[in-house]
Design a protein around this ligand. Sequence first.
Ligand SMILES: C[S@@+](CC[C@H](N)C(=O)[O-])C[C@H]1O[C@@H](n2cnc3c(N)ncnc32)[C@H](O)[C@@H]1O
Length: 377
Amino acid sequence: MRFVVTTAPGLEGLLAEELGELGAAPLETAPGAAIFEGEWSAAARVLVRSRIASRVLVSIRRFSARSEAILYDQTRRIPWDEYLRPGLTIAVFTHGSTGGAGTTGYPIHFAALKIKDALCDEMRKRTGARPDVDRARPDVRIEALFAGRRAELSIDLTGEPLHRRGWRLAGGEAPLRENRAAALVRLAAPSEGRLFADPFCGSGTIAIEAALVATRRAPGLGRPVSSFACATLFPDSRAALEAELASAAGEVLPTPLFAVRATDLAAEAIADARANAARAGVADAIDFAVGDARECELPGAVIATNPPYGERLANLADATALLSAFTRQLKHHAKGARLALVVPEGPLEKSVGLKPKRKLGFANGPIPSRMLVFELY
Ligand SMILES: C[S@@+](CC[C@H](N)C(=O)[O-])C[C@H]1O[C@@H](n2cnc3c(N)ncnc32)[C@H](O)[C@@H]1O
């Protein structure tokens, strides 16, 4: 089978690296996606263990969709009644680009409607009933990936997206999505015995992701099998998921490979982060404290953080002054440390005053952002 794994656009390189480690090395990547071939066992491994993926989909048809009529016709050729039972609700989502004039001639949002119409017409022909559409909580989520004329239709195996790890009740200000925090942790490359720290920890997302790595706890461990869409849609996947969850449960380390320290100026943020870490099963692996990042002492540490960035939290001038005070502090009190930052593209990036060793652009929701890595010699 051919599986499509999605993530935030820009993170596909890190996702591909992770998939390789999970024995699901991708054949190709596209913006926000990586594709691999394998059995249900490989899909279950990615669903339970990937820290960077958002969703895992099974590809059901690839074709050249050079006109609306061809898109409709190709979609009708799919034996939809093999995938959908009558009574299940559906929704179609599109990604990528159908190209400009001279490529397909139709816009991407139009493609979703065409696919939905073809699917419903074919289901009515085969079963006598058209499925209802529920975009908020569909039983079956169909995803179409376009690259110019090339279209690939897939069915979601995930259900609730993987970044919802199930521990977040307390949101805090501008929390980073869990799979983006996990990508930052991967870039920061924590290692055994070396302190990991987030001095602007907010609701604790980055520290929790680091603690999951430190204790080898799979991010999907707490999730019931029935919550994965594939357990209902593809009964063969159920045994693979059960086996994967059982083996992941046996791998959790009682003692973390490295210590994790999480601090924030706001006492409420620390209270929220503590409660979140407890629900994530890593409360004992993180040392939480109230503290000012401008006064931190972190020699030799691996630091991964997402400082306030002006747009939603304070104004840009304040955010710039805070970030430069923080990095000045690190230059003197964090010698030999590595720093991985999430910042929006633009002036804030410059206020770090150091030359990054690595730079990665990604979509942080609607905000074009960067992950930057610095070595503090
Ligand atoms: C963008 S948020 C971090 C969000 C976090 N990554 C999460 O996922 O929840 C920035 C955080 O920096 C904290 N903060 C602001 N000034 C600070 C300072 N001088 N020292 C430490 N924390 C500070 C804020 O309280 C806020 O929680």
